[in-house]
Design a protein around this ligand. Structure first.
Ligand code: HEC
Length: 395
């Protein structure tokens, strides 16, 4: 009953997270696009930097962009902030529900580093808070004024955090916490800098004073960072579906590599939006992805002696069936088989051969947290069995 309720709560929270995230990123993309496509004209009003015409859904729209602000503020001025706040709030709830409340199963991997659940949660929370503080101080330092140097530094720092987390937490938890760290920085940029600065500017204008241009510049700096963060963070959020990334031995380096490809792709859009031609950015990003696919090629078992199904079954009995059974062991923490994956019978094992190989050999995320202490030899045995065609004793 309790599990059923938490499953539904998780479903709703994840749904909200995706919807608000799509809205946030969507508006962000749209405004970037607008910014890049408004063009100066001869017949524009005083103080206007450019305008843009578009047609959508059967209606025509004209948007004008002001150099600083209009002489008189309109009655209704739309702000874009709730989608960012709700993305963060729902994401934070999801992180808590899925990872922090289940730290012993989803955050800790005994073959990476055994630790108490509260310690894992503390590391996760510390990463988010500490990461934001370091980033925020760096933005305010002279380095913040040099976009390229700052970008390289951010890659080094976030890469360092990814390396650090993969040395202490389970790989999936490490990945998602890097995603949460970047998401936190992005939402905090909106909450602590972009929106407050806009407020001060708007207030000044309502009083008839000239708004402080520096506030706008600071906001634009954070917006630019958020712009480059979007594609990497989106990959990390769906990385859960790609065990061959977080499960790789070099998972932290892969995270940096894929994020770099994402940031480059974003850069290409930015450059193109400004009407400049760039021929190398996108091919480099594509070549990078190809290279990563190549270096993560799974190992082959051509030299391995033939494996008997009975040996494989023995390994699965020892390391998997306590959770993956119609009746999981009492001390496993599960009352139903996780994801309905069961290995009680030969047919169930044979049918799941591909998934077993992925989980145990390619990514090594199963047995969960390596609670049962599976050895590399046992993993290789399963790998070789799969490589040899995943035969059962009937064939
Ligand atoms: C301590 C309990 C536990 C043990 C032991 C365990 N698993 Fe799992 N397994 C889980 C949980 C929990 C999930 C669901 C993970 C999720 O929701 O992402 C899972 C998911 C899976 C999946 C489905 C993942 C997918 O996306 O296809 C496979 C396959 C799997 N395990 C195989 C194994 C194998 C093989 C072993 C033994 C080597 C094993 N598991 C040992 C708990 C366990």
């Amino acid at each position: 009953m309790f599990e059923h309720a938490t499953d539904w709560i998780e479903l709703v929270v994840r749904w909200v997270h995706i919807v608000t995230g799509v809205t946030w990123i969507g508006t962000s993309f749209y405004f970037n696009w607008l910014n890049n496509h408004v063009r100066p004209g001869d017949d524009l009003e005083e103080g206007v930097a450019g305008d843009l015409w578009s047609v959508h859904g059967g209606a025509f729209y004209r948007v004008v962009k002001y150099r600083v602000a209009p002489a008189k503020l309109p009655k209704i001025l739309h702000w874009f902030k709730w989608e960012a706040y709700f993305t963060w709030i729902s994401g934070f709830c999801l992180l808590g529900l899925v990872y922090w409340l289940n730290a012993s199963t989803f955050m800790i991997d005994n073959s990476v580093h055994p630790m108490a659940p509260w310690m894992a949660v503390l590391i996760g929370a510390g990463t988010l808070v500490g990461g934001w503080i370091v980033y925020h101080l760096l933005c305010k330092s002279p380095l913040g004024k040099q976009p390229l140097v700052f970008g390289i530094l951010m890659f080094a720092l976030i890469g360092g955090a990814a390396f650090g987390l993969t040395q202490v937490l389970g790989s999936r938890a490490a990945y998602i916490h890097i995603g949460a760290l970047i998401g936190t920085i992005m939402a905090a940029n909106v909450f602590f800098v972009i929106i407050p600065n806009q407020k001060v500017m708007v207030d000044a204008m309502t009083k008839g004073e000239e708004p402080d241009a520096q506030l706008g510049i600071d906001g634009a700096q954070r917006s630019l960072h958020n712009n480059y963060f979007t594609l990497p963070v989106l990959f990390i959020m769906v990385s859960n579906h790609y065990p061959f990334t977080y499960g790789d031995e070099w998972n932290w380096a892969l995270l940096i590599g894929i994020s770099l490809a994402g940031a480059l792709t974003r850069h290409w859009f930015n450059v193109r939006g400004k009407g400049e031609k760039n021929v190398w950015v996108l091919p480099v990003a594509a070549a990078l992805m190809l290279g990563l696919a190549f270096v993560t090629l799974p190992k082959t078992y051509a030299d391995h002696p033939p494996v008997e199904f009975a040996e494989v079954r023995q390994v699965i009995e020892t390391h998997c069936v306590r959770c993956h059974s119609a009746t999981p062991a009492a001390d496993s923490g599960f009352t139903t088989p996780p994801q309905n994956v069961m290995f009680d019978t030969r047919d169930q094992i044979a049918a799941a051969a591909n998934r077993i190989n992925t989980q145990v050999v390619v990514t090594q995320v199963m047995p969960l947290g390596n609670l049962t202490g599976i050895t590399q030899e046992e993993r290789d045995l399963i790998g070789a069995w799969f490589y040899q065609g995943a035969k059962t004793d009937l064939e």
